[in-house]
Write a protein of this length. Structure first.
Length: 101
């Protein structure tokens, strides 16, 4: 069984940014939106077991990839990388899922 990432939740990044996701999930496929400040992004990704990979294409034309794992504490955590500038990276964690905001 795969982790369920449907709904509204936040990724808190170690660089101080908070990214808010609004996701749908069909089987292992993920789609939806992400928001950070005034930036909106389209999301697509996959889940496999307790692992998730989400790519966000931001309205600013940058792209970020969020790779994470669901822990026993019901939080996703992992790392993110700016695909246009791969040296720009941060760790991130979610609040316990599901987070309704």
């Amino acid at each position: 069984m795969a982790v369920d990432v449907r709904g509204h939740w936040a990724a808190h990044q170690t660089n101080g940014a908070d990214v808010y996701f609004n996701l749908d999930q069909s089987g292992e496929r993920i789609s939806g939106d992400a928001f950070h400040n005034s930036n909106r992004g389209d999301c697509d990704g996959v889940v496999s077991g307790d692992d998730v990979v989400i790519t966000v294409t931001w309205s600013s034309e940058s792209r970020g990839r969020y790779t994470g794992h669901l822990g026993l504490d019901k939080r996703l955590s992992g790392y993110t990388v700016d695909l246009n500038h791969p040296t720009s990276q941060a760790n991130w964690f979610s609040d316990p899922l599901p987070l309704m905001i």
